[in-house]
Design a protein around this ligand. Structure first.
Ligand code: PLP
Length: 391
């Protein structure tokens, strides 16, 4: 049987991984600056993560949500402690799209309203409402089209105020990535995030923070929204949560009341996924990975700024993006094929870096060295003579 051909695939077979390195079937080592779309948070195959999963596997891997599951409560308590949001409630699912899907549904149940505000270049996933709130017509099937989602320009306070003025009593929720990932590492201003909070408060709408990519410590705070001192009503999480074990979840403010049957899932919150997620939080805490993400991110950003040919270096912590000048548009491919470094992309010429939060200074220096070499190889003349650097 053929695999359904929906992914553009690199001709590489990865068979082994450790920390920030992966190896192919010929034993070639790759430096992983992308963590398989920002999923690897504590490092590939972390020994504590393996041990926790193995121990759980030997006890019980799965039972449905119709029985008590103390490991879910353990995860909720740990998340409450690490986020400082003890009073919030946790609902567990399996992916980022599912987390957003549940957040939208909950916002609609809670407010009795239908309209959702999302922003230009947003990516919220591929299930029905999540994809309807994703600003990419190519991945929205006719059945996903709904008149209930409106896209407003990112960081445009005026447009948001105007929309709220016209539709105040219809808006169920505003969803935003405080740093857009797939959209190319666009950073929301603190003022814009504060305005969303204010308008939601005034109009009875819910603020949904999509922290699937920018959350879980990646930007140097647990939630990216924390940088703006703003609290959302619902936080959606996935990628870094299981370090590769599929798990997602939403944190729900105390003023939103649950009702039996309102949300549900067969696999979400299973014993094995919770064990993986607990291992991740234990390592984040023990190795102070959130502080490290902040410091290492700052270091990486400063080093990138010294390289000619890279423009508009932006982001926070270990969520960094930059544009490459047209002459270097093959840089990402070249770094992968010749120098064996995985990075991410966003169209047209953006390189995205989402390495494990455990990455060391030495490994960052290794990456910077490779970047310099790769740029040198791709440049017909020294870049300094030819291109003005845009700060
Ligand atoms: C911000 C954001 N939200 C949601 C999703 C969807 O997550 P998943 O692929 O786990 O469904 C992604 C995936 O890239 C994402 O970046």
């Amino acid at each position: 049987m053929k695999l359904f051909d929906v992914y553009p695939i690199n001709d590489i077979t990865i068979v082994r991984a450790k920390d920030v390195y992966v190896w192919d079937e010929n034993g070639v080592q790759y430096l992983d600056m992308y963590g398989g779309h920002g999923v690897i948070s504590i490092g590939h195959t972390h020994p504590h993560w393996i041990k926790r999963i193995e121990e759980q596997l030997n006890k019980i891997a799965f039972y449905s949500n119709s029985i008590k599951n103390p490991i879910q409560k353990e995860l909720a308590d740990k998340l409450g402690k690490i986020t400082g949001k003890d009073s919030f409630q946790l609902f567990l699912c399996n992916s980022g799209a599912e987390a957003n899907e549940n957040a939208f549904k909950l916002a609609s149940f809670h407010t009795g309203r239908k309209k959702l505000i999302a922003f230009s270049k947003a990516f919220h996933g591929r299930t029905s409402l999540a994809v309807a709130a994703t600003d990419n017509p190519a991945i929205i099937a006719p059945v996903n089209e709904t008149g209930n989602v409106v896209f407003l320009p990112y960081n445009d306070e005026h447009a948001l105020r105007e929309y709220f003025q016209k539709h105040d009593s219809e808006i169920a929720a505003v969803i935003i990535e405080a740093i857009q990932g797939v959209g190319g590492i666009a950073v929301a201003t603190e003022r814009f995030l504060q305005t969303i909070r204010q308008l939601c408060n005034e109009n009875g709408a819910l603020f949904i923070a999509d922290e699937v990519q920018c959350g879980y410590g990646r930007t140097g705070k647990f939630f990216c929204l924390d940088h703006a001192n703003v609290e959302a009503d619902i936080y959606t999480m996935a990628k870094g949560m299981g370090n590769g074990f599929p798990i997602g979840g939403i944190l729900i403010a105390p003023h939103i009341n649950p009702k039996h049957g309102m949300l549900g899932t067969t696999f979400g919150g299973n014993h094995l996924a919770c064990a993986a997620a607990l291992a991740v939080l234990e390592i984040i805490e023990q190795d102070e990975l959130i502080e490290k993400a902040k410091q290492r991110g700052q270091y990486l950003m400063n080093e990138l700024k010294k390289i000619d040919g890279l423009q508009d270096i932006r982001g926070k912590g270990l969520m960094i993006g930059f544009d490459v000048i047209d002459e270097l548009k093959e840089l990402r491919k070249h770094m992968l094929q010749k120098h064996h470094v995985f990075t991410g992309e966003a169209k047209p010429n953006v390189i995205r870096l989402l390495p494990s939060l455990s990455i060391s200074r030495k490994q960052l220096d290794e990456f910077i060295g490779i970047m310099n070499e790769a740029i040198e190889e791709l440049s017909p003349h020294p870049l300094k003579e030819n291109f003005a650097r845009v700060e």
